[in-house]
Ligand binder design. Structure first.
Ligand SMILES: Cc1ncc(COP(=O)(O)O)c(C=O)c1O
Length: 322
């Protein structure tokens, strides 16, 4: 009886399906599985549910591939070319030839977003290139195997308001970074990140901050990290310990171009993290998320900071220029 009570009634379903395209409820419909998304797989478009790959695909067997996630708000992308360039660099680093230029990737992704515009006004595009399907399971890179190219869209939320009293903050805990030494490559082998994310999630947090063997901040399990001390924004240097985040890059470049805030890339110790006035975690889906709780203790005064609001305003005004 309880189960029957939970099932949506037919008129409610019909009403949900006929709401206007600009209506945010489309996101709910999509999440409820009422709208089919269109995926791209190896040159063809198809309903996501119909996309099939071989179990011998090296992406499946070894996590042998590169991926990207690119946000589009009302059809406008953020950092599309830097995202494509990072993917091309990652593919080159692991010697996968996907045979597409920046312009060809752009056309493919813009086209996929256009085909999925009925899902939601804001979309994330996931694009995944693996080394392809071999005829055996053998570690060495095979020859003559074509890369598998897969992409699909999913609904993403409206950006947060530039208002420190309205934004929902994130809580985090900390742990030693036990991933690999090639975190600058956006590899589909994400088990190290997944295990760390789960450690945060199981502790009731939205992210987990990671530090290396020298007690220096690296990044978070699915985002880059920033701290603020005495008005200055500081983020770890770009090296093999962190992903070259596109959001991180847009924040640094737009804040430098604006000139009203100080920002520095340098080593950040965990002592500094624990004594920071503000902490942020950043990614294409989170944008700049303020952190107000660290290992169960308040960050600074426990409220979203003023520097966050200024930085988020600069980022929001600049993000479509990248
Ligand atoms: C480990 C890690 N660091 C940082 C980021 C942020 O990168 P971007 O801003 O390009 O989304 C991500 C995003 O997926 C990530 O997984």
């Amino acid at each position: 009886m309880q189960l029957a009570a939970m099932e949506p009634r037919l008129p409610e379903l019909q009403a949900a399906q006929t709401r206007s395209p600009s209506d945010n409820s489309k996101q709910n419909n999509y999440e409820a599985g009422l709208i089919m998304s269109i995926a791209y797989l190896n040159g063809s478009y198809m309903p996501l549910e119909e996309a099939r790959i071989s179990p011998l695909d090296r992406g499946f067997l070894f996590g042998d591939g590169i991926y990207e996630v690119i946000p589009y708000y009302n059809g406008r992308s953020v950092g599309l070319i830097p995202h494509i360039q990072r993917m091309i660099d990652g593919l080159a680093a692991i010697e996968i030839d996907a045979g597409r230029s920046v312009e060809q990737w752009k056309t493919l992704l813009d086209d996929l977003v256009a085909r999925n515009s009925d899902i939601n006004h804001n979309l994330g595009v996931y694009v995944h290139v693996s080394r392809g399907a071999d005829t055996k399971r053998f570690h060495a890179y095979p020859e003559g195997v074509e890369a598998t190219v897969f992409a699909f869209c999913f609904a993403i939320k409206d950006p947060a308001l530039v208002d420190r009293t309205a934004v929902t903050p994130v809580s985090v805990n900390t742990t030693q970074d036990l991933r690999w030494q090639r975190c600058h490559i956006k590899s589909t082998s994400l088990l190290g990140n997944v295990i760390h994310y789960q450690e945060g999630h199981s502790a009731g947090n939205g992210e987990i901050l990671l530090y290396n063997a020298d007690n220096q901040l690296t990044e978070a399990s699915s985002s880059n990290a920033f701290i603020v001390k005495d008005g200055k924004i500081i983020t770890p240097v770009q090296d093999n310990q962190i992903l070259p985040g596109i959001t991180r890059r847009i924040i640094i470049d737009s804040i430098k171009a604006d000139g009203s805030l100080e920002i520095e890339e340098r080593v950040v110790t965990m002592d500094e993290v624990h004594n920071a006035d503000e902490i942020w975690v950043t990614s294409s889906s989170k944008e700049i998320a303020p952190v107000t709780s660290l290992d169960g203790k308040p960050v600074g005064n426990g409220e979203v900071g003023e520097v966050w609001e200024k930085a988020f305003s600069i980022y929001t005004n600049a993000k479509f220029d990248y």
